[in-house]
Design a protein around this ligand. Structure first.
Ligand code: MN3
Length: 198
């Protein structure tokens, strides 16, 4: 297989004030494209050419840093575009809500802890909601690393690299994370991923 850049699932200006067209043009067309281009170059001769993207991510971790960084970021961004939608946020589907309440405690606690994970990820990285041994947990990872390499399945993730928010929020990572949670999350996609992972 080779990596290909997916189209954004909405127009560049569809996320309005919460994530601008300028941010999405740079983030999708330049940053994600670079992970695809560099990942394809590094995949050649790696011995992992016939594998799925998930297996390339897991099998290159700790062994082939260049390929891992680009393949993992390709995987992360493929989902990240779908973890957002116009008029997102709001009601959480019942399958996700039930498991958050039983495994994390409450929706308010989940919101606070998820935002805090993004805030306290020092430097570039991601905050996650992941299914680990049948339980939902909040994780944070540096750079391109993701829950797959820790034996868990990502259900929701937010990119806290500065390229994801600096144009719209400057240094205000908290405001970006609150807007992501309250106004951008595509909970139907989160619900589908949870169902597929169970
Ligand atoms: Mn990014």
């Amino acid at each position: 297989m080779s990596f290909t850049l997916p189209e954004l699932p909405y127009a560049y200006d569809a996320l309005g004030e919460f994530m601008s067209a300028e941010t999405l043009e740079y983030h999708h067309d330049k940053h994600h494209q670079a992970y695809v281009t560099n990942g394809n170059k590094l995949l050649e001769g790696s011995g992992l050419e016939g594998k799925s993207l998930e297996d390339i991510v897991k099998e290159s971790f700790g062994k082939n840093a260049g390929l891992f960084n680009n393949a993992a970021q390709h995987y992360n961004h493929n989902h990240f575009w779908q973890w957002m939608k116009p008029n997102g946020g709001g009601n959480i589907p019942s399958n996700v809500e039930k498991l958050i309440i039983s495994d994390i405690g409450s929706i308010d606690k989940f919101r606070a802890d998820f935002i805090n994970a993004g805030l306290t990820q020092f430097g570039s990285g991601w905050a996650w909601l992941a299914l680990n041994n049948g339980k939902l947990e909040i994780m944070k990872t540096p750079n391109g690393e993701n829950p797959l390499v820790h034996g868990a399945t990502p259900i929701l993730g937010v990119d806290v690299w500065e390229h994801s928010y600096y144009i719209d929020y400057r240094n205000a990572r908290p405001a970006y994370l609150e807007a992501f949670f309250d106004s951008l999350i595509n909970w139907e996609y989160v619900s589908e991923l949870l169902e597929a992972a169970q």
